[in-house]
Design a binder for this molecule. Structure first.
Ligand SMILES: Cc1cc2nc3c(=O)[nH]c(=O)nc-3n(C[C@H](O)[C@H](O)[C@H](O)COP(=O)(O)OP(=O)(O)OC[C@H]3O[C@@H](n4cnc5c(N)ncnc54)[C@H](O)[C@@H]3O)c2cc1C
Length: 402
């Protein structure tokens, strides 16, 4: 008789595990609480699916911070190049963008997901949608579907339940309580790649919420990031902020609000700006001068005017303005909610799993993907790690049942 594998969670992690195991002699069933699969994967594709990154393996692995040694082995087993080849095998060639990030040719997730699901169907994977996993009962997996409790016995189980961001898409971290009840150590779930609250003035948000602040540099402690971010009604979010978000979040947890410094004109030196400001004709307003001569964007000028508005800086003048253009101080109060973050930090502790990612106190139950305790920046590192970990646990099951 075929050995049975139950995969809980129909995101990219679970689907990759299903893909591998269904190519061997296993009866594979994917249980998913939502009516359709891969909802977060589809959302990830909305702004351009950044599936992996093209940098060297050494630089790639460093992005997993304290977990880089653990991730090295699984990324080596299913590498960025393997991922690109796999996309191509599903009819989606990939390309390297200017920043080294890798995208499918269509830029979207939907053609890839469609081809993937159809391949899984051909490989006889069974999908049980609208099945909510509630835990274990009498050594069986307990699901609720349409108000009925269902008990499933399985030779192997893979938990691929995701993190807790964008909970309306299915992964809401409800597994934390289930696993804690089963004495599995969980590190607190926290927002990763997230925005931060800023106490903007009403005037500023009315005018600038939704606008990007482009071509700036953000300095936080020893780190400097070049890029852009977006002003929101309640704070800031976007690429440059996400890159620093883990550091800032951890510091806020310990010390409270954190200051970052924004260079609003990174390609022009302070000396040049000061020199130009000294030549400002008195009849020209400061904002007009900043726009026309210093070439500051309206949002950047708005930020400078925030200083005045908040009376933090009464004597804004041509002598000291240059300094503030190069070192605009922004106070970040706290991270946005995990529900709005791109990904989740924290999760199932590596202390609770063995080197094959099997739970040490639940034989033949494996854990993979975003629900494990790791984090990485945006840039394709999240999907690569999830898909590689799905590949890894599937192969460990193959190895075990040989
Ligand atoms: C806006 C946005 C953009 C992103 N863009 C990118 C990007 O460009 N590149 C990148 O690398 N990453 C990106 N990510 C992150 C990436 O999408 C995730 O890291 C990835 O989807 C995690 O995969 P996963 O399979 O581990 O979890 P998920 O994709 O979250 O899948 C988990 C599945 O488990 C199901 N589930 C949860 N609990 C239960 C339960 N109790 N019973 C049954 N089913 C359950 C959920 O419904 C879900 O379908 C983005 C994320 C967001 C929010």
């Amino acid at each position: 008789m075929l050995k049975s594998v139950t995969i809980i969670g129909g995101g990219p992690t679970g689907l990759m595990a299903a893909d591998i195991l269904s190519q061997h002699n296993y009866s594979v069933t994917v249980f998913e609480r939502k009516p359709s699969l891969g909802r977060k994967f589809l959302l990830a594709g909305r702004g351009g699916l950044n599936i992996t990154h093209s940098e060297s393996t050494n630089d790639f692995i460093k992005k997993y911070g304290v977990n880089h040694t653990t991730f090295k082995s699984l990324i080596n087993k299913f590498s960025p190049q393997n991922l690109r080849d796999w996309c191509e095998s599903l009819g989606e060639k990939t390309f390297i963008g200017s920043s080294g990030r890798v995208f499918p040719q269509s830029f979207k997730a939907s053609p890839l997901l469609r081809a993937w699901l159809s391949q899984l169907q051909t490989q006889n994977v069974t999908f049980k949608k609208k099945h909510d996993w509630l835990g274990w009962q009498d050594n069986r997996l307990l699901f609720k579907s349409e108000n009925k409790n269902i008990l499933i016995k399985s030779d192997f189980t893979i938990l691929a339940l995701g993190g807790a961001s964008w909970p309306n898409l299915g992964s809401d971290g409800s597994w934390v309580d289930i696993l804690k009840r089963n004495n599995i150590e969980i590190s607190e779930l926290q927002p990763a790649n997230c925005g931060f609250f800023v106490n903007w003035s009403k005037v500023f948000t009315e005018r600038f919420a939704g606008n990007p602040l482009k071509s700036i540099k953000i300095k936080y402690k020893e780190k400097t990031i070049k890029g852009e971010f977006i002003i929101t009604k309640v704070g800031v979010e976007g690429g440059a902020i996400y890159s620093l978000s883990a550091l800032i979040r951890d510091a806020i947890n310990i010390e409270g609000k954190q200051k970052v410094f924004i260079d609003l004109k990174p390609d022009v030196s302070l000396e040049e700006i000061n020199k130009s400001l000294l030549n400002k004709p008195s009849k020209l307003s400061l904002t007009n001068y900043l726009r026309k001569n210093i070439k500051l964007s309206d949002v950047a000028i708005g930020l400078i005017m925030e200083l005045k508005h908040k009376k933090k800086f009464k004597n804004l003048n041509t002598q000291n303005l240059g300094f503030h253009i190069k070192n605009f101080e922004l106070l970040l109060e706290k991270p946005f909610s995990i529900k709005k973050s791109i990904s989740t930090a924290g999760g199932v502790s590596f202390k609770s799993i063995d080197s094959d990612f099997m739970l040490t106190n639940k034989p033949n139950v494996y854990v993979a993907g975003e629900m494990l305790d790791w984090e990485a920046p945006t840039g394709g590192y999240l999907l690569q790690a999830c898909i590689s970990s799905g590949f890894f646990v599937a192969n460990n099951i193959l190895k075990k049942s040989k």
